[in-house]
Write a protein that binds this ligand. Structure first.
Ligand SMILES: [Zn+2]
Length: 70
């Protein structure tokens, strides 16, 4: 006990599940790192693409708050 030095467990590449390489950690290759980057970019690209309705200055009157102009 104590003699065996355990190596760090090799984490699999999050993209293709192959053993990651030190050079491209935590990926197995630069290609997988690139794929991950693209996923990241395409993922964050969605957020600013959503319509922001809070920018509307004169929004529709809320029900129950408008006056009775009968
Ligand atoms: Zn990979």
């Amino acid at each position: 006990m104590g003699d065996v030095i355990k190596l760090k467990p090799v984490r699999p590449c999050p993209i293709c599940k192959k053993p990651s390489s030190q050079q491209h950690h935590p990926f197995c290759s630069g290609r997988c790192a690139d794929i991950d980057l693209n996923r990241w970019l395409s993922g964050s690209y969605v957020i600013p693409a959503e319509p922001v309705e809070d920018d509307v200055e004169d929004g529709p009157p809320k029900p129950g708050q408008r006056e009775d102009d009968d």
